[in-house]
Design a binder for this molecule. Structure first.
Ligand code: 4NP
Length: 150
């Protein structure tokens, strides 16, 4: 399974999602990207790195990059954190590409909310990671842990 996680800056939510999923489904091919370009080349935001590491999720090796239309060809599934990400990604869909783009919360339990709020603004890194871990479990359950090249 090749899955790309997308948020706005690629320094908080999507690298955390990538870190959680690659730890729980090590046979998956994971990556993350931001729709914005402000943080390209940077490590994940230090408070998010620290909160993730406290849960055994080391994301210090990740570096931010910007989402690009070619990502539609490289992944089986694109998972976004909120509706703005969804719109920004869909605007870049090349003609004829059918790669699904889904909200991460589609894989969470009913009532968990319909977006992953941005902790860069809310400062709620723990709540963000709780939601990411729950949605990651649902995602992995949905697609299985063996590689699929759909
Ligand atoms: P993320 O959070 O989308 O979860 O990585 C953000 C981090 C930085 C900015 C926006 C969102 N920013 O505008 O700098």
């Amino acid at each position: 399974m090749r899955v790309l996680f997308v948020c706005l800056g690629n320094i908080c939510r999507s690298p955390a999602a990538e870190g959680v999923v690659r730890t729980r489904a090590p046979d998956w091919d994971t990556d993350s990207a931001g729709t914005g370009n402000w943080h390209v080349g940077e490590t994940p935001y230090p408070p998010m790195q620290k909160a993730a590491l406290a849960r055994g999720i080391d994301i210090s090796d990740l570096r931010a990059r910007q989402f690009r239309p070619g990502d539609f060809d490289r992944f089986d599934l694109i998972v976004v954190m909120d509706r703005e990400n969804l719109e920004a990604v869909e605007r870049q869909r090349p003609m004829g590409r059918t790669t699904p783009v889904k909200l991460f919360t589609d894989f969470g339990p009913e009532g968990a909310g319909d977006i992953v709020p941005d902790p860069y603004y809310t400062r709620d890194f723990e709540g963000c990671l709780n939601l990411i871990e729950t949605c990651a479990d649902g995602l992995i359950l949905s697609y299985g842990t063996s590689p699929r090249q759909s």
